[in-house]
Design a protein around this ligand. Sequence first.
Ligand SMILES: N=CN[C@@H](CCC(=O)O)C(=O)O
Ligand SMILES: [Zn+2]
Length: 400
Amino acid sequence: MASSQLFTNIKTLVTNDPAVDNGSLGIIEDAAFIVDEGKIAWVGSAGQAPDADQQFDVDGRAVLPGFVESHSHLVFQGDRSVEFAARMEGKKYEAGGIRTTIEKTRSATDQQLKTNIQRYMNEYLRQGTTTVEVKSGYGQSAASEVQGVKVAATCTDEVTLLAAHVAPEEYAGRQDEYVQMAIDEMIPLAANYAKWIDVFCEKGAFTEEQSRAILTAGVQHGLVPRVHGNQLTYGSGVLLAVEFDAASVDHVVYLSDADVDALANSNTVATVLPGADFSTRNDYPNARRLLDAGVTVALGADCNPGTSFTTSIPFCIAIAVRDLKMSPNEAVWAATAGGAQALRRDDIGRISPGARANFMALDAPNHLHLAYRPGVPLVSGVWKDGTLTHGSSRLQENNA
Ligand SMILES: N=CN[C@@H](CCC(=O)O)C(=O)O
Ligand SMILES: [Zn+2]
């Protein structure tokens, strides 16, 4: 039978609730909150907590909302560690490497794809991530993309059809024909299993015109746009995303003043993915410039076998603080509330009444330690809908 639970003895609670007047993270010191029926029912200072059926003592740890990953490519098979090693020896990253994964992904069974998705979603979870968007995009045929989104839909509610990632081998030199095939055959079928439509609008991938055609077809089938843009070069990805009122445009490394202005006057979130820039030795995006212009910034890990084979949002927070010039508070907000906004969700990314009880406890007194102690596994407990789904024995000692 469902019962209410009081979480107490929290040294620092990040609520992301603007109604808590303590800066953008809505921090409450010496806090407590109550979970009822999988949702947050009450939040406040520990001394004023009402009674609940059960009590969980977090022993002076920090508690924050689960990370919201708004960009991952978990529908894949195969390993590209050799390509990574070559890059670290000076070879340049090009979008064409995606074709290596296409070959392997096309021959995978549903069960193999599902096992892979679950494996990496579990990795995400153990590091504090309670929501993961999952993209297809390594099939690039109608049959393989439909298979990808169908399997992904059994693992997460946030499924993206990446209809145009890179034109596969059999369409070499015939990209327009690939786009037409995607519009006529792939999108109508795959739309039944996806929520979002995505496109890689970039030199070496798809042009502005081809990307526009894909997004238009996705919208006609009820999907909401998101865009990979401005990752490797200056280009039209950002303006295209704004034109389509996309939920987010992701990577945003090479931006003109017009791109930044357009984002600042839009509902489109700019998602930074520093794991990809780290593992391709690319420039980092200038998140400071975006934030100072008033753009909403989200932060993700972008787990994929080519450019960013990490599921560690804490690692990405550390890079964002060190090299994207974000403050620790801004990076934590971007990985929680920012990710939620990039998925147009208001039930996650916060610890305030009515939100889903998705949260984590850190082996640290506050959230700053995520950037201050890079590479250290600080996440000691993760709850999803009020249920402890990952937790160390140290955390549970007091509550045995
Ligand atoms: N940028 C495009 N897609 C992926 C990488 C794809 C790959 O190289 O496999 C990304 O988000 O970085
Ligand atoms: Zn991507």
